[in-house]
Design a protein around this ligand. Sequence first.
Ligand code: PEP
Length: 254
Amino acid sequence: MRKKIIAGNWKMNTTREQAEILGSEVVNMVADEVNSDALVVIAPPFVHLSLVGKHVLPHPNVYLGAQNCSQHEKGAYTGEISVEILQSVGVEYIILGHSERREHAGETNEVLAAKVDSVIAGEITPIFCCGESLEVREAGTEIDFVSKQLTESLFHLSAEDLKKVVIAYEPIWAIGTGKTASSQQAQDMHAALRAHLAGKYGQDVANEISILYGGSVKPANAEELFGQPDVDGGLVGGASLKSRDFVDIVKSMA
Ligand code: PEP
């Protein structure tokens, strides 16, 4: 059975003090209020990983995530962070290919294929982000566009390794805009991506891959989105910065 996952991407937010408060509040609220088998991932800025990890690591269902990593193993890459470094502070999930990194850091499908390999080799779970712009959606080519992102960054993997990947479908027009994809739009894309995976790897493998939805998920829309048969959880940006909202979203996954 595929895992249900709610991941919070804090992006470039939180001072040290705010990170400690937010991390501890989320972990305590999950411990007190959540009794489902949904997994929770918290991805703070790199510099707060150890601090937030102190709260997260003792909880069996809450995991530490990073927002990016280098594709290189180690060495002269000033300002970069390797999988090994992240692993050494307790990171178990790494978000890859967020649309903001594709846009601002020029990450291509090819670079992301190399990052996916490094993360899997380090025995960490990649959360591979994909999604189309408004322009692509208006042209009606969104399924081809997103399928190509999967083909070019994931389809070199063996079936065994593909099963280690979590996919996050995040339509760019819905990220941080307050504009959510309708539950039908999310379901249609998730089903199309699962069919694309099945075309290459077979239905049994495709059925094991968790596909999360991301883009203005909030307590008010989470239950309907997560109720779709091919939506296995969410990648949450803005709402993950408020412990009450984030934990209410986690509770919608139950
Ligand atoms: C994200 O950045 O992954 C995201 C989905 O952001 P938001 O929830 O704020 O739209």
